[in-house]
Ligand binder design. Sequence first.
Ligand SMILES: [Zn+2]
Ligand SMILES: [Zn+2]
Length: 349
Amino acid sequence: MPFSRWSSKQERTFGKKKEKWNGDFRTPPKPNCYYTKVKGKCRWCGKKILKDDGTVNKRKSWHKKCVNQYMLIYHSRERRAILRRRDKSRCAKCNKISRKWDVDHIRPLIEQKGLKEEDLDYTYYSVDNLQTLCKKCHREKSNSEVPLKKKTKFHNNFFGERKKQDMISNDYHIKVYEGLIEYGKYSGTHWYGLQSEKTPVWKWIQHRIVKETPNQDIFDIYLVGGLIETWLTWDADILILGPYDPPKIYETLDTITRIGFEEHFWIDVSYQDRLWDIHNSNNWIRDEEFGECRLSNHWSKNGKADEGLLKYEYRHGLYQSIKVLPFQKHLDNSEKLGYKYKAPIKLNK
Ligand SMILES: [Zn+2]
Ligand SMILES: [Zn+2]
């Protein structure tokens, strides 16, 4: 049974019409059976409430465990009581016991913001997603979630029903592409097209790359290509530079690729033996050769494969090739349009 006192709210809505959810992601809507007045049927899970002998208990309208789940979501005092009993006021980050502590959602609730009722993930509200944090650690966690908050607002507006059309602001132009991209073992749909490395979406992805990518003591991570040239692009070109160490290269490429698929922005990441000279636009080296390593030689968009990757040779667990720059598009941009390429942006350290 719940620790805190049962509120009179529960009775009042029993048998009444279901109220329309106001969209507050902190208080998700209650299920239909919450409002249906049938004794012997649980108001939370909608299943029968049985007595020990297997017959329906017509005097009850809640399962014991369902009351707890309900109270955990809708009663902040109950949430605190449950956590106090489980964690004994000990901070999950710094391990200190303090009388002043906060209830924290491990996966932040903000990720549910802007979602439609049927898309909400109720595991966000479960006890497994709660932790005790002291005031200091809670503040630090909240601060680190600022890029996530900005990006979530963007993402849910964008992929939710509210806005499906292009978004244009002063700094950036964003499109959505609802196709299937496959690369090696990864596949995914719903893709961003971004125009600038300044979008909250890219800022968040970059934050994750710097935080989660291994081997940053030996590899430098550079952003090159369309995103920094500020034209609308479907990919981020990322280069990994450092010593030739195939297992570590594989691990690094794999992490960055996975982040791209998780975040719905295709990251074209490769290991290269040096930076492209094309960015030194005053004085390019023509027919410049450089070695490239990739995770896979299979990339396709809606089933249409990039045949160019088939020329890559499989060696030491990676697909490897020698590429020659500049490409025709670089020459066209530079010679016909007088475009100067921007310097690569180093993402780590
Ligand atoms: Zn139940
Ligand atoms: Zn702490």
